[in-house]
Design a protein around this ligand. Structure first.
Ligand code: GLN
Length: 474
């Protein structure tokens, strides 16, 4: 499959058309969607209209945009006007949003061609896409294994060569972990860098939209298009989109890289080896290595599983059978609410709502939610101290390569541990990415995580590019 960079170049030169690229993409979707369960909805009509608009603009001498003619897959927790948006939940059955998420409008303005909505863990709660009400997505690299989650469908779309780009959302690792398991670049941008207007909320103080791509440059192209201030999102950072593509080749010479013990401990040996090799590559490229321990990171998972469910229990209160999607009729309103929520939510969502409601309840609030907020503040301080010493951090993205279906479903704790290395960044509101580096067990890809302070995406992408080249993808 062509890269996004190549498609934009060829479309602009007239060597191909947006319509032709869309046709290639739809063929790839038809070839494997039934097997892999990647797309919940393919918007052939809307995609054809977007492609023909781009071709029309180019034919009349226009520019076409930074993503002219590039097909893109959208995680099904982002609103697209008139298109079913399910969050992979039965509770949103039949609901079609009356507006576009800001990221959708930005993509269309940049000439991208959204082709459809991808599968996810219900309401983005999970790490394997096994929690979808519409069945799991399979990993295109080994269909007996999970693609990761919760943005498993978006990762699989790119890994299967259906689209060169996809959008995911990352609340505790849901872009970086599936990127690692599918051999892709995935970026969790700084909190507030990308507008969340039209992203269906899971945990609002943690959620961020970000890109999946096969190459670092493609990820930078997509992030540049979706980043930048949006008055419709009150948490949006004030500045315009940073220049990223231009700095992808900047390298890491003279940068200080923190090698963090807590971001690797407990990982499988193949993952540890890959991170070691990646660290040496950065040193060979002129970076200075600093061994670091940030013990606060060990508390991340515990704090996250209080804060995220607390916010989710509040955000998901709106699905009451009155305003959106599913309604199960009953004798009075409160019985209708209960019957609708009982039928509409899956087991993991119910577990999170109960955890969150408990953590917020009078008498337990200080001991659980309040305590978790204090831990979160300590973690923010700890990261800040680290970034006074170093420019970026390196660690593992996930503790293992892609795992087998069912291997973690009976024990929620083992599933939660998939995100032990990714969650701290979300709690701190900072930036991190995963870049494929080498292979591990069964020849499956390993993801290396680079982390930096807020607004460090340019540096992280430059570091990822150094690793990409060293890994044989020039
Ligand atoms: N796997 C984590 C969870 O289940 C993170 C999910 C996410 O980032 N959306 O909450």
């Amino acid at each position: 499959m062509k890269s996004a960079f190549q498609i934009v170049d060829e479309v602009r030169r007239g060597a191909t058309t947006a319509a032709a690229e869309l046709a290639t993409c739809l063929d790839a979707v038809r070839a494997r969607n039934e097997e892999l369960n990647v797309f919940l909805y393919v918007d052939e009509e809307g995609a054809a209209a977007a492609a023909s608009r781009v071709d029309g603009i180019l034919a009349s001498g226009g520019d076409g945009g930074a993503l002219a003619g590039v097909p893109i897959a959208i995680k099904d927790n982002m609103c697209q006007r008139g298109i079913p948006t399910t969050c992979s939940s039965k509770i949103l059955e039949g609901w079609r949003p009356p507006y576009n998420a800001t990221v959708l409008d930005r993509l269309l303005a940049a000439g991208a061609v959204p082709v459809g909505k991808t599968n996810l863990d219900e309401f983005a709660m999970g790490s394997s896409t096994e929690n979808s009400a519409f069945g799991p997505t399979r990993n295109p690299l080994d269909p007996s294994r999970v693609p990761g989650g919760s943005s498993g469908g978006s990762a699989a779309a790119v890994a299967a060569g259906m689209t060169p780009l996809a959008l995911g959302s990352d609340t505790g690792g849901s872009i970086r972990q599936p990127a690692a398991l599918c051999g892709l670049v995935g970026v969790k941008p700084t909190y507030g860098l990308v507008s969340r207007y039209g992203l269906i909320a899971f945990a609002s103080s943690l959620d961020q939209i970000g890109p999946f791509a096969k190459t670092v440059r493609d990820a930078a192209m997509l992030l540049e298009v979706i980043a930048g201030h949006d008055p419709m999102d009150s948490t949006s950072l004030p500045e315009q989109s940073p220049s990223l593509v231009a700095h992808v080749g900047d390298g890491v010479a003279g940068k200080r890289v923190g090698v963090v013990r807590e971001l690797i401990e407990g990982a499988d040996q193949d993952v540890v080896d890959a991170v070691d090799r990646a660290t040496r590559v950065l040193a060979d490229a002129g970076a200075t290595l600093v061994e670091l321990s940030i013990p606060e990171l060990r508390l991340g998972l515990s704090a996250y599983y209080l804060i995220a469910p607390a916010e989710a229990s509040s955000n998901l209160a709106r699905y009451d059978g009155v305003r959106f999607g599913l309604r199960v009729n009953a004798e009075d309103v409160s019985a209708m609410n209960e019957a609708t929520r009982t039928a509409g939510f899956g087991a993991e969502v119910k577990r999170r709502i109960m955890l969150g409601t408990y953590a917020l309840s009078a008498g337990y609030y200080d001991a659980y939610y309040g305590q978790a907020l204090k831990v979160r503040t300590q973690m923010i301080d700890a990261f800040r101290r680290a970034y006074r010493e170093v420019d970026l951090l390196i660690g593992a993205t996930a503790p293992s390569v892609a795992f087998e279906f069912g291997s973690k479903t009976s024990n929620p704790m083992s599933m939660y541990l998939s995100d032990v290395f990714t969650i701290p960044t979300n709690l701190a509101g900072e930036a991190a990415l995963s870049v494929p580096f080498g292979t591990g067990e069964a020849g499956l890809p390993v993801g290396v995580q680079l982390l930096g302070p807020g607004r460090s995406e340019g540096l992280l992408l430059a570091g990822a590019r150094v690793l990409e080249i060293a890994d044989g993808r020039p």
